[in-house]
Design a protein around this ligand. Sequence first.
Ligand SMILES: CC(C)(COP(=O)(O)OP(=O)(O)OC[C@H]1O[C@@H](n2cnc3c(N)ncnc32)[C@H](O)[C@@H]1OP(=O)(O)O)[C@@H](O)C(=O)NCCC(=O)NCCS
Length: 174
Amino acid sequence: MELRKINKNDAKAQLEYTTALPTDENGLTNPYNGVSYDDYIEKVLPTLISYEHPVNMPDWFVPETYYYLWDEGRLVGEFRIRHHLTEALKSGAGHIGYSIKREERGKGYGTAGLKLTILEAKKIIPEDEIYLRVNKDNIASRKVMQNNGGKIVGEDDGHFFVRIPKYFDCGNAG
Ligand SMILES: CC(C)(COP(=O)(O)OP(=O)(O)OC[C@H]1O[C@@H](n2cnc3c(N)ncnc32)[C@H](O)[C@@H]1OP(=O)(O)O)[C@@H](O)C(=O)NCCC(=O)NCCS
C-alpha cells in the first residue's frame, strides 16, 4: 500500500476517482463530481496540483496537497493535507480530509491511509497537533481517527473536533 502525491501519470485513475466522488459526502466536498476527461486534464488536474504552491489565490487560501492511496495497482482513496491552520480551519475542517472509494470501504483502507497521511502531515504542518473534524453521525470516520490516536476535544451541534498529537506513534494501526 502506498500514498502517492497527485500527478500527471496517474491522471486516468485520479479522474475516475474524482468524477465519481460525490459533491458533498459527510462534509467532504468535491466540486468536480462528473467532470469530463478533457476538463480534468486541461483544468482540474493542473489546478489541484497547483494547490500545493498556490499562485494568484486569495489570502485565505492555505496550501493543500492531494494524495491518493494505492493498493496492488488500484487507486482506493484520496487524502488531502492543508499545510497549516487558520482561524477558520481551527474551528472548521482542520488539516486533513479523506475519502475511500465506495466499493473499497470497510476493508481498513481509511485507517491505513490516514496513518500514512499523518506521516506526511508531520513533515509539513507547523502545529503540534493535527486537527480533524467529523460529523457526529459518521461513525466510520470517527473510528478511522481514533484508530490513529485521535481524541475528541470538543463538539458543536453537528460535529466532533478531534486532535492527534504529532508525536503519537500509530504503531500497527491498520
Ligand atoms: C469514512 C471513510 C473514509 C472510512 O473508510 P473505510 O476504509 O471504510 O474505513 P476502515 O475500513 O478503516 O474502517 C474504520 C472503522 O469503521 C468501521 N466502519 C466502516 N464502515 C462503517 C459503517 N458504514 N458503519 C459503521 N462502522 C463502519 C469499520 O468496521 C472500522 O471499525 P474498527 O476500527 O472498529 O475495526 C469512508 O467511509 C468514506 O470515504 N466515507 C465518505 C467520506 C467521508 O465520510 N470522509 C470523512 C469525512 S470526516
